[in-house]
Design a protein around this ligand. Structure first.
Ligand code: NAP
Length: 222
């Protein structure tokens, strides 16, 4: 059960690593040379990409059974970031998975992916590139799940009272969710067969009824 995590230095990625460790996965962090790795996951196996060419990524993915992709363009004045990171780099990761026969991939995307008229698109049309990234995964032939969270936050207090609203493609447009719950949802997806070939939108609030991913998928897939 070796799980690779790309973007493992990110605010969602490191939480995915922490949750995976708690769930008993052997974790391999795939990061860049400049990435800061939080103390809590310093003990994990780590592959540092010298650049983003396929061969290096191929090597980093060797021997892993599944991948959680938590990479994403960091906000910057470089408006080409989303095209490079949220589309081209995702495509590269997927091609590498295919070469390495790594069959299970969970991609952290975003609510409203594919929407053109949206304020978030002021940053290099990010929602359009994210949708193209999703599509390359959907067309890959791999066992895929796309997790589309709402606005991310780092609130870790009172998480027990935050219930996730899981829904299908293009069913939510607003709302937020702590990154910790996104990380848990990624691990839940890996363990939920019904999540394969599904786009799952997630936000959280205290008002939502308690459920789990499997039940929710059955309900929204009818
Ligand atoms: N912010 C929100 O409200 C929001 C809402 C919905 C969805 N999302 C999406 O959710 C995901 C996680 O977001 P986050 O805010 O937790 O992430 P984050 O903290 O911004 O971390 C981004 C990760 O991607 C990596 N990365 C960036 N550019 C890269 C490149 N060119 N090559 C390889 N790795 C690269 C970063 O590595 P370094 O540490 O080396 O920079 C980092 O590990 C992203 O896809 C984001 O777009 C965000």
């Amino acid at each position: 059960m070796k799980l690779a995590i790309t973007g493992a230095s990110g605010k969602t990625g490191f939480r995915v690593a922490e949750e995976a460790i708690s769930a008993g996965y052997e974790v391999r962090l795939i990061v860049r040379s400049q990435s800061d790795i939080p103390e809590s996951i310093q003990g994990c196996e780590r592959y540092v990409l010298s650049d983003t060419n396929g061969t290096t990524l191929d090597y980093a993915l060797q021997g892993c059974e599944s991948l959680v992709i938590a990479t994403g363009a960091r906000p910057s004045i470089d408006l080409t970031g989303p095209a490079k990171v949220d589309y081209l780099n995702i495509k590269k990761q997927i091609e590498s998975c295919k070469r390495q026969k790594l069959n299970r991939v969970v991609l952290v995307s975003s609510l409203c992916a594919g929407k053109l008229i949206h304020p978030l698109n002021l940053f290099g049309l990010i929602l359009i590139w994210k949708r193209l990234g999703e599509r390359s995964l959907q067309k890959s032939g791999l066992d895929w799940t796309v997790i589309r969270p709402g606005g991310l936050n780092e609130n870790e207090t009172n998480l027990k009272n935050q219930n996730i609203l899981f829904s299908g493609d293009k069913t939510q447009e607003e709302g937020s969710i702590p990154r910790r719950l996104v990380a848990k949802a990624c691990i839940e997806a890996l363990k939920t067969k019904d999540s394969i070939e599904k786009i799952i939108e997630i936000t959280s609030s205290e008002e939502n009824p308690k459920t789990n991913m499997s039940k929710a998928i059955k309900a929204f897939s009818i």
